[in-house]
Design a protein around this ligand. Structure first.
Ligand code: PMT
Length: 412
């Protein structure tokens, strides 16, 4: 985590009932030593008065593109901010930001900044689940915006559901985390990291296979985060890097393409021999056809009886032959009893950590841009990482790994 002391944080507050919580966020950021500049939308002032922020923040509230002393307040705010935080962010502000529309000082500042941006949505469940909002959030995540929450719980009017502003502690932590990314850490420099990503494909015949829904997004998020922090990364994967850059070559980033569990096992074992950290984010098929057909199976021949056999358990064999000092991270894709099933995998596979995701949870697991995980460590620690971008999940897990390595080095 980066200290917030001296950091210039633009605190954008938009017009939802959760605006009253922004007062406390402002106070907490101030307590951490940040320089807080509140920017309120007109809607926000229907829920909370600007005098409150004037009294608490480092600078007086700004609201207008035109009436401030500064002739171009949005560019000054955007250029001088270390981080822009929007809490709460309404569907309107999220939509305007995603579409590049600057209709007020807050949205203009968002578009004028190159600083990390943290957006904390809060709205009613129906609005949060509307495809337009979901698309806008996906666009922002793709552009590197940090999305925090929302949480599920009690909403205005007594309804229950997804859409409640995240906890204030999570929001302040996310600002600190976003600044870490902005600071371009290099705390994994010199480390060799192996990441598996995507779902394996086990052939039934030359045109069909047993597969799963893994997109590789979570694995690549780990790979990119580790490379961004200075590690040299090998990705053993069944899929291209998601996003517009696809298969482009990235420095410090080697991609080994495989299809089946067998191929992934061989490539991962070879790469893992010299690795400091191995991250098994791939969804590896547990079973494969014993004898895939050499030609396409024909419907006219009836429903085939396909005999299955287990695939090699890559994680378990890496756990059994782990070199001294290597940190091995397994995943658990669960649909129920997440913590118990993950604990069983942690104990059974010789991993140092298991990152467990409930793949039935909303906006989490397969193919989403966001995830929500429970991290179980072999020493009994359990960390909960709430819903956030897959890159932020990777950051949180790699923070644990780096702290773990530092701790081990100090003990030696
Ligand atoms: O790729 P995304 O669309 O972004 O989705 C991310 C994800 C849901 C795939 C990812 O977060 C995840 O949970 N990956 C693990 C999926 C999985 O195979 O879980 P599992 O509980 O079946 O396996 C447990 C662990 O053993 C995993 O680390 C897996 O890689 C490993 N395994 C499983 C079977 C096998 N034969 N060999 C293995 O090494």
């Amino acid at each position: 985590m980066t200290s917030l002391a001296g950091k210039r944080i633009v605190l954008g507050v938009s017009g939802g009932i959760a605006a009253y919580k922004a007062v406390e966020i402002c106070r907490r950021l101030m307590d951490e030593g940040a320089h807080v500049i509140p920017v309120l939308t007109k809607g926000a002032t229907r829920f909370v008065g600007r005098t409150t922020f004037d009294a608490l923040a480092s600078e007086r509230v700004q609201m207008s593109l035109f009436d401030e002393d500064d002739p171009i307040p949005h560019t000054t705010l955007g250029q001088t901010a270390d981080c822009v935080l929007v809490a709460p962010a309404t569907a309107r502000v999220i939509g305007a930001y995603a579409a590049g529309i600057s209709s007020d000082l807050l949205t203009a500042t968002l578009i004028a900044t190159r600083a990390p941006v943290v957006v904390c949505p809060a709205m009613h469940t129906e609005m949060w689940e509307h495809p337009a909002v979901a698309d806008n959030i996906a666009t922002l995540v793709e552009r590197g915006v940090h999305i925090v929450g929302p949480e599920s719980g009690r909403l205005a009017g007594g309804d229950e559901g997804a859409g409640r502003l995240s906890s204030l502690a999570d929001i302040v932590a996310a600002v600190s985390q976003a600044l870490v990314v902005g600071d371009q850490r290099s705390d994994m420099a010199g480390l060799s990291v192996v990441v598996t990503a995507g779902g394996t494909r086990e052939p039934i015949d030359p045109v069909r296979y047993i597969g799963n829904h893994s997109s590789g997004k979570q694995g690549y998020a780990f790979a990119e985060e580790a490379a961004g922090r200075g590690a040299s990364v090998t990705v053993v994967t069944t899929v291209d890097r998601p996003g517009p850059l696809g298969a482009t070559v990235v420095p410090g980033f080697t991609v080994v393409r495989v299809d089946t569990a067998e191929e992934m096992a061989a490539a991962t074992a070879a790469a893992a021999k010299e690795a400091d950290v191995v991250i098994m984010a791939a969804a590896v098929a547990d079973f494969r056809p014993v004898d895939p057909a050499g030609v396409k199976l024909k419907k006219r021949d009836g429903v085939p009886a396909i005999e299955l056999e287990p695939t090699p358990d890559i994680l378990a064999s890496l756990g059994a032959s782990k070199p001294e000092g290597q940190i091995l991270i397994g995943f658990a894709a669960e649909t129920c009893d997440v913590a118990d099933n993950a604990a069983a995998k942690l104990n059974g596979k010789g991993a140092d950590y298991i990152v467990a995701n409930d793949v039935t949870a909303e906006n989490a697991g397969f193919a989403h841009d966001t995830n929500e995980v429970l991290v179980l460590a072999s020493d009994g620690r359990v960390h909960s990482v709430g819903l956030r971008s897959k890159r932020q999940v990777a950051q949180a897990v790699l923070d644990l790994v780096v702290a773990d390595r530092d701790g081990r080095a100090n003990v030696r």
